[in-house]
Design a binder for this molecule. Structure first.
Ligand code: SF4
Length: 400
């Protein structure tokens, strides 16, 4: 199917707020999901003083603030915190990297490449024209982020080389680490030259093949007949993770991806780097064992999830009412009630389809996404059961 777009993408940013039903919404790009403690503290203060008091985590490892009351003050604070380093390129900095990379598993430390990619994007004036939907992925070989539907990605195939992925598929091209960022930037330029209004590479007819052919002449590339298989996964890192250097990383789920500012302040006070994951969770890194134990003791009662068996880890939800006027209900309240009353079964056989259900009749097993209408915004990729609010009650569509 040929996809044509006649309008600019409408992705929100800090400088262009989205007018949601509950008020202006700001999306703040966090390349690689990495936040310094002071940046998390700045976000928490902004959430309390300028927005609705929570930090929303997104499926691209970015964050959103809702009901923004003073856009100019927010811009100033985020700029001071280093969270808005460009006014021209803010919406193109969509970069996801394997959250545990360099600390637990994986072939390579892809976080080391994120600043160079971010700077490279910002240094090219022309790349400000990239649609805000374009997504860059850096996978350290474990396969956790390559399946998230990126446009331009690298995937480690050994400790010094990466496969180039375009539109989520292996190109067969292999690039040494030292050339990987330049190749991704070249791919971004080539995408811009090729697009005719499309927002995503997969929307361009034969876009994958055309771009692969153009990039094949890039210096230092080799080819491989071995194809990297890309699958959508829900690799939420949860609980105690021992790093290669003997320190501890703590993976924590966040209920429905909404982090209360007060909890965020406690996390910032630990004074260690935090990574936001594309599964709307966080990883607190580089802790010694004693500190890690104290963190769990303090933050678990505040609602962070350190238990991999928690039903909260199975559930995501769109904005719903009051944030989205299209919603038939307050979907997040219904999803939370389902978890708290034991109607979200962490695992089990897929249930058959149902419809016309009241909220308190919904029982669903395994990974599930609750949507306030048929658009299913924010639905994760892969095997996910849909719980959809309709004019006639809830409908359950089991994962395939
Ligand atoms: S799925 Fe529907 S109700 Fe939910 S955020 Fe999207 S448009 Fe709004």
């Amino acid at each position: 199917m040929v996809m044509e777009r006649n309008e600019a993408d409408s992705c929100p940013g800090v400088l262009r707020l989205h007018q949601a039903a509950d008020g202006p919404l700001a999306r703040i790009r966090i390349p690689g999901g990495r936040l310094e403690p002071a940046q998390l503290q700045a976000l928490a203060e902004a959430a309390v003083e300028l927005a609705d008091g929570s930090i929303e985590l997104t499926s691209r490892g970015n964050v959103q603030l809702r009901q923004v009351r003073d856009a100019a003050a927010l811009e100033e604070r985020l700029t001071t915190a280093g969270l808005l380093p460009s006014t021209t390129h803010e919406r193109v900095r969509n970069i996801i990297a394997s959250p545990l990379s360099g600390r637990v598993g994986g072939w390579a430390d892809v976080h080391a490449l994120v600043p160079a990619l971010d700077t490279g994007l910002r240094d090219h004036p022309g790349l400000a024209e990239l649609p805000g939907r374009v997504l860059f992925t850096l996978d350290d070989g474990r396969g956790d982020v390559s399946g998230l539907g990126g446009d331009i990605g690298i995937h480690a195939v050994d400790d010094g080389n990466f496969a180039l992925l375009l539109a989520g598929k292996d190109t067969g091209l292999r690039v040494p680490a030292a050339e990987a960022v330049d190749l991704m930037l070249a791919a971004a330029h080539a995408f811009l030259a090729l697009r005719d209004g499309q927002w995503r590479l997969h929307e361009i007819p034969d876009g994958h093949d055309k771009l692969t052919e153009q990039l094949a002449t890039h210096p230092g590339l080799t080819t491989s007949p071995d194809t990297v298989e890309v699958t959508a996964r829900q690799d939420i890192p949860v609980g105690w993770l021992t790093q290669a250097d003997g320190k501890v990383a703590l993976g924590a789920g966040v209920r429905l991806g909404s982090l209360p500012a007060r909890t965020a302040e406690f996390i910032a006070a630990i004074e260690h780097p935090v990574y936001l994951t594309p599964w709307r969770s966080i990883v607190i890194t580089d802790l010694d064992e004693w500190t890690a134990e104290q963190v769990v003791r303090v933050l678990a009662p505040m609602g962070l999830i350190f238990d991999a068996a928690s039903p909260w880890l199975q559930v995501s939800a769109c904005a719903g009412l009051p944030g989205c006027a299209k919603s038939h209900t307050d979907i997040r309240a219904d999803a939370a009630e389902a978890v708290e009353s034991g109607r979200v079964i962490p695992s089990g056989t897929a249930q058959s389809a149902h419809e016309g259900l009241d909220a308190d009749e919904v029982v669903a097993a395994g990974r599930q996404h609750w949507s306030g209408c048929e658009r299913r915004c924010g639905r994760p990729r892969g095997h996910v059961t849909d719980v959809i609010a309709t004019t006639d009650g809830y409908r359950i569509v089991p994962s395939e």
